[in-house]
Design a protein around this ligand. Sequence first.
Ligand code: PEP
Ligand code: MN
Length: 340
Amino acid sequence: MLIVMTAHAGKAEIDNVVRVVETLGFRAHVMPGASRTAIGVTGNQGAVDLSHFENLPGVSEAIRVTKPYKLISLDLKADRTVVDLGDGARIGDGSLAIVAGPCAIENSKQAFAIADVVQRSGAKFFRGGAFKPRTSPYAFSGLGEAALKILADIRKEFGLKIVSEALDDTNLDLVEKYADMIQIGARNMQNFTLLRRVGRSKLPVLLKRGMAATLEEWLLAAEYIMAEGNYNIVLCERGVRTFAQHTRNTLDLAAVPAVRKLSHLPVIVDAAHGTGRSYMVTPLARAGVAVGADGLMIEVHGRPEEALSDGAQSLMFDEYEQMVREVRQIHDVIARNGAV
Ligand code: PEP
Ligand code: MN
């Protein structure tokens, strides 16, 4: 259920609605908006009697939600969510957010050289895996906490915000300690205990689409996180598995407008995992911006041929710099036309 407050409802009236929701044993999610506040109600198994709320002071209307998701929906919150990590690092505010870095942190020299290029490009977010989900148990699976320490040093040196993946509850505690944003990868998109756990984190979450997930499953994964009280979520389209062999995954760019039609959450495009081949990354990054993504995720490496993971889809420094110049131009055109 969704409770829409009147435009002039004040804090006392909102608090009162929250109290009634909680007295009934449900959870209230207060979503302030530019023109009015809405309150999402979760925790109810069946339909809630709307008459509990309709006559409370400051309530404009109580609406039954028939869609499977409630909190991620534009019905609840018409204003787009801006995930703000501070120091001008924002996703969803109409700027083009660039999250770039190596697939995995390999050592501090490698990571610092990449961070230097990323920072000089004007990007505000640095990505780098400390815990890597690898298809083979024998492949490099990340440096763990040592990588997180390097990432924290990079934040200090370059002022970049750190995005890193957590694979389970234990390494999530560590990622929370060192990073600014928690990545939940494609393979964990439906790890419901992990989603609930990040839902209780103070850090924003970058939620990648599962490689076989429908739009609805992806949005419901975000709903899991929001239902626990963490509203700072960025969705990331990273391609899905199809019969195609010319590309690692099929980057589903139609997902961007589809998400934006249903949800207030920002959505970015991962042109690296979405293609798996470096020569495709720039064209698909351009396209991602053109379809209205709030940002891009890109893998960059000083020596892709020697990378310990995902070298084939990593841009070299000059390729990355050129790509950033191009996508910024496209973004300027899109933004000027008011499309994002
Ligand atoms: C990654 O970002 O390095 C990664 C493993 O991505 P995905 O979960 O999309 O495969
Ligand atoms: Mn990778």
